[in-house]
Design a binder for this molecule. Structure first.
Ligand SMILES: [Ca+2]
Ligand SMILES: [Ca+2]
Length: 188
């Protein structure tokens, strides 16, 4: 048909009227509920307000050569959408009591750093002082009156000096009796 049309002298060009279908949409029965991936206003939102996943899947659905690490509390490795795609360590034979790939030393070292007292004290102290600013003063530590983190750094140094003992460092007391706190929340 197209050939016949093309061979006519009065036709400049002829193209088939291609019918295109989306091929790369998940077969998950609950996929239509995923408005964040493809928003058809199914949840009362604005159609098209989504991350354009289908347009991206039309270009690529990824590669098995790319391994994505997800830090989470757990994953259902028997989930039908995941079970064929979960990475397993080909060099490690599970449950044989042997460290086949010889990485036990490295993971033990990482674990001891992560669980060390000094690492957790350091993180605790930083988080605690931030909590003082966000929680008690309800401000960004870099907002006035300290435009250069000097207040935050002062309290962090103090808490470090007391090895994280915020009671001995009288931190909560100092914060709730501070002028800034009183101005915001009245006398304590
Ligand atoms: Ca093993
Ligand atoms: Ca191992």
């Amino acid at each position: 048909m197209v050939q016949a049309m093309r061979s006519r002298p009065d036709v400049i060009y002829a193209e088939p009227n291609y019918i295109r279908h989306k091929l790369t949409v998940p077969n998950d029965p609950r996929y239509p509920e995923q408005w964040a991936l493809h928003n058809t206003a199914q949840d009362g939102g604005l159609a098209g307000n989504d991350i354009k996943a289908e347009q991206a899947w039309d270009k690529t659905t990824g590669s098995r050569n790319i391994v994505v690490g997800v830090v989470d509390e757990g994953i259902d490795i028997s989930h039908p959408d995941l079970k064929d795609n979960i990475w397993t360590n080909p060099a490690e034979i599970p449950n044989n009591g042997v460290d086949d790939d010889g990485d036990a030393g490295r993971s033990a070292a990482l674990r001891s750093v992560a669980e060390s007292n000094s690492a957790s004290t350091k993180l605790f102290n930083e988080a605690f002082v931030l909590m003082q600013y966000f929680g008690y003063l309800q401000r960004n530590p870099n907002d006035p009156p300290d435009t250069d983190y000097s207040g935050y750094n002062f309290w962090l140094a103090k808490l470090n000096q007391f090895n994280g003992d915020y009671i001995a460092a009288e931190m909560v007391k100092a914060f709730i009796s501070s002028t800034e706190y009183r101005q915001r929340f009245g006398p304590s």
